[in-house]
Design a protein around this ligand. Structure first.
Ligand SMILES: NC(=O)C1=CN([C@@H]2O[C@H](COP(=O)(O)OP(=O)(O)OC[C@H]3O[C@@H](n4cnc5c(N)ncnc54)[C@H](OP(=O)(O)O)[C@@H]3O)[C@@H](O)[C@H]2O)C=CC1
Ligand SMILES: O=C(O)[C@@H]1CCC=N1
Length: 271
């Protein structure tokens, strides 16, 4: 990528938009115009990064090589019709939960080159994972561009079945929230057992950080790492008997992922 390539157009400079922007800058992908009306967005401006409040403020001759949609799904119907003029030439990459390729093509036209993708917040430290699905209209060069743009913030997997994206949204899109909830609950339970709050917070936090690092450090599956903690007739065994009861975590996780998957489908249909 060089600065002489046509620019990128990023719609929405919030948590995910800003994370991707930082990843692109790190990879030397510059020349980005960000559209975001919010007061915080101005802080994203830098060399080769321009922030404007609306599509109306774009130069009439502006021709991006890719448009990245990082606004809330509910905002999509207000924003996307104004982008249809780029559909002949630009690649569209949407990270909006639930919004389907068919929905986007309905506004942009059937020939629009669209990639629907689902990243997650570890993208902010280039440790994300994204699953993406490309419309048949996407050329090999545009596919490679999508891989580059999404790969700047972590791992990327392309799938051919778009319907998987709803479950992916539930699993890895929302997944960081479940890990943070676990951290919060561990802290609360520690306090209930009389551990001082400051120490409880530190224990919960470092236990999650250390465990994730252990997972990252080798090839052992999580079940192996779990068994390594679980001494026969020991303390962990007692805790896991509670947590692994069919009606406890296994059932709760299945229900949670099912509910989030259904919500992703709903967002596709309504908003
Ligand atoms: N957060 C997450 O974990 C993940 C989110 N996603 C998806 O990414 C998308 C963005 O989410 P996230 O970054 O969390 O949300 P944010 O609210 O942080 O970012 C959205 C940004 O869009 C701005 N915005 C609002 N209206 C417009 C407009 N008309 N034109 C341009 N920008 C506008 C918002 O400004 P203001 O705040 O002023 O309204 C905000 O800065 C969503 O569709 C979500 O489904 C995907 C994967 C993970
Ligand atoms: O909660 C949401 O709708 C978005 C999509 C995945 C993570 N956050």
């Amino acid at each position: 990528m060089t600065a002489t390539l046509p620019p990128l157009l990023l719609i929405g400079g919030g948590k995910m938009g800003a994370a991707m922007l930082a990843g692109w800058r790190e990879r030397g992908i510059s020349q980005v115009v960000v559209i975001d009306p919010g007061p915080d967005a101005a802080a994203l401006a830098a060399d080769n990064i321009t922030v404007i409040p609306s599509i109306a403020a774009l130069d009439p001759g502006f021709a991006p090589r890719a448009v990245i949609l990082a606004v809330k799904p509910q905002v999509a119907p207000d924003v996307i019709p104004g982008l249809a003029r780029f559909a002949g030439t630009a690649l569209f990459v949407s990270i909006m939960a639930g919004k389907t390729i068919a929905f986007l093509a309905g506004h942009l036209g059937p020939a629009a080159a669209i990639v629907r993708a689902m990243p997650n917040t570890p993208a902010a430290i280039r440790q994300g994972i994204t699953v993406a699905c490309a419309a048949r209209t996407v050329t090999p060069d545009q596919h490679a561009l999508a891989q580059t743009l999404l790969g700047a913030v972590g791992a990327v997997e392309f799938v051919t079945a778009e319907s998987l994206l709803d479950a992916v949204t539930a699993v890895s899109g929302g997944g960081p929230a479940y890990v943070f909830l676990l951290t919060e609950l561990l802290e609360t339970a520690a306090i209930e057992q009389g551990i001082p709050p400051d120490l409880a917070r530190r224990l919960a936090r470092q236990t999650v950080i250390g465990s994730a690092s252990l997972l990252a450090a080798g090839d052992d599956p999580p079940a192996t790492l779990r068994r390594a903690v679980t001494s026969p007739k020991g303390t962990t065994e007692r805790a896991l008997a509670v947590l692994m009861d069919h009606d406890a975590w296994p059932a709760a996780m299945s229900r949670a992922i099912e509910a989030a998957t259904a919500r992703s489908r709903e967002l596709g249909e309504t908003g």
